[in-house]
Design a binder for this molecule. Structure first.
Ligand SMILES: Cc1cc2nc3c(=O)[nH]c(=O)nc-3n(C[C@H](O)[C@H](O)[C@H](O)COP(=O)(O)OP(=O)(O)OC[C@H]3O[C@@H](n4cnc5c(N)ncnc54)[C@H](O)[C@@H]3O)c2cc1C
Length: 407
């Protein structure tokens, strides 16, 4: 069998988008995933508007699976004493269910011409002038491989080894737990209104992170997550029960509904890897740490990186140059688009988690500060806002509204 031009390992949003654009560019591409689709994935399922602006070719697949937009957010301080009610200016976030969304993207890749192999686990790679990909269903050959299997990606591990990069530690990796209980449209209409208001609670149970409720059409997406080192210190099931009790008390979860089960997954929250290529290989999405450390949003970055990668993949196939040095063009390209943005978000995530009580308190008084942070969350300013503006506004608040509480 003739080798593929590209094999994409992992059929989540990052891998499916890479395969979609590669197939659209006329490349001979296969995408391999261990799961049977449609499959679920632990996620809040919140997308930002820029996704469709950057990836208009995927609109016909994404738009039909958007459940509803959310038009505002209620953001609580850890003590619950302060609450910001903020209406999103533009760049409304949308709610999807990952089971449906990921399936639609994989179908997009198939429609574009990619060979889609599901229920097939990638078990290894051998590099020898090309790549032999070993799977649970036999071996496949290609000229290039894309690592898109999420935070524990095997190829990303090899890139780290070759480039002397340390694996993510417990202060760089987060764990998030969530569930999507069906509570009915009627309940959601009455508790969350047409605005489908998002709820965010800082530091539930003292973890270094936040809890959320993202209302969909008939289900609630409820979860909480934080850095692994802080999650290890607490009883996660207790926090889950307490969080559901809090939501019940405030009328955001049906009284009669039992505490739903919970499932979790890791998220790299330190910003992207310093290197995302090696010979014949590119890494995209969570595999490369392309996640906002402020919000945990990774779908947009992974999908955008998949599109950006196509230029380098095409050039490598055209010139026959698959060396790391040549493929580093991909690393430079995505870094130019959102590298600074992600490192700024890492900075602001640390700042917000150091003083969440104070930041929410400032936000209740200063609409401008809310607008700036909404911009950071939603990625309204292309390439990010930089550090100066949010820092200056926070300092302005510190002087104007001295805060003598904790945090
Ligand atoms: C609880 C939680 C909430 C989140 N909420 C949001 C949110 O609201 N918005 C947002 O933008 N981001 C959110 N994220 C982050 C988001 O889920 C990820 O950034 C996103 O899924 C990354 O996509 P990906 O394609 O890189 O990886 P994944 O979606 O993890 O896809 C990887 C794929 O690889 C497959 N795979 C794994 N190993 C193998 C193997 N050996 N062989 C073959 N296939 C394999 C898996 O089956 C999977 O389909 C959240 C994450 C968590 C954990």
């Amino acid at each position: 069998m003739a080798p593929y031009d590209v094999i994409v390992a992992g059929g989540g949003p990052s891998g499916a988008t890479t395969a979609f654009y590669a197939a659209k560019a006329g490349l001979n591409v296969a995408i391999i995933d261990r799961s049977c689709f449609p499959r679920d994935k632990a996620c809040g399922g919140l997308l930002t508007a820029r996704l469709l602006d950057e990836l208009p070719e995927l609109r016909p697949y994404i738009e039909p699976v958007i459940e509803c937009p959310s038009r505002d957010v209620n953001l609580y301080s850890p003590s619950l004493k302060h609450r910001i009610d903020y209406v999103f200016p533009l760049g409304t976030p949308w709610n999807v269910r990952r089971e449906v969304f990921d399936h639609a993207l994989l179908e997009a890749a198939r429609d574009a011409g990619a060979d889609v192999l599901t229920e097939t686990r990638v078990t290894g790679y051998q590099f020898n002038g090309g790549v032999k990909v070993t799977t649970s269903r036999g071996d496949f050959r290609s000229k290039m491989v894309i690592g898109a299997t999420g935070p524990n990606d095997m190829l990303a591990g090899q890139v780290r080894q070759r480039r002397n990069l340390n694996p993510w530690n417990d202060r760089e990796m987060a764990i998030a737990l969530m569930w999507e209980p069906v509570v009915g449209k009627e309940f959601i209409d009455s508790a969350f209104g047409d605005n489908r208001s998002l709820l965010v609670h800082f530091k539930p149970g003292g973890i270094e992170g936040f809890g959320w409720v993202f209302p969909k059409e008939g289900r609630l997406n409820i979860g909480f997550g934080g850095y692994k080192h802080s999650m290890k210190l607490v009883k996660l099931r207790e926090i889950w029960k307490e969080y559901i009790s809090l939501l019940k008390k405030d009328g955001y979860f049906p009284q009669e509904h039992p505490v739903p089960p919970v499932k979790g997954a890791p998220i790299p929250l330190v910003g992207p890897m310093k290197a995302t290529t090696m010979d014949h290989t590119l890494i995209v999405g969570d595999a490369a740490g392309m996640v906002s450390p402020l919000s945990g949003e990774g779908i947009y970055y992974g999908m955008h990186a998949g599109k950006i990668a196509i230029k380098t993949i095409k050039n490598a196939l055209k010139t026959g140059n698959f060396t790391q040095a040549y493929l580093d063009a991909y690393h430079r390209d995505w870094s130019m688009v959102f590298g600074n943005e992600l490192s700024d978000l890492a900075f602001f995530s640390r700042m917000v988690l150091k003083m969440p009580e104070r930041m929410v308190y400032y936000g209740t008084r200063d609409k401008k500060l809310c607008e700036i942070f909404a911009d950071l969350f939603l990625g309204i300013t292309p390439g990010g806002l930089g550090k100066k503006k949010p820092m200056a506004r926070t300092l302005f608040n510190a002087v104007r509204y001295p805060y003598f509480g904790l945090g």
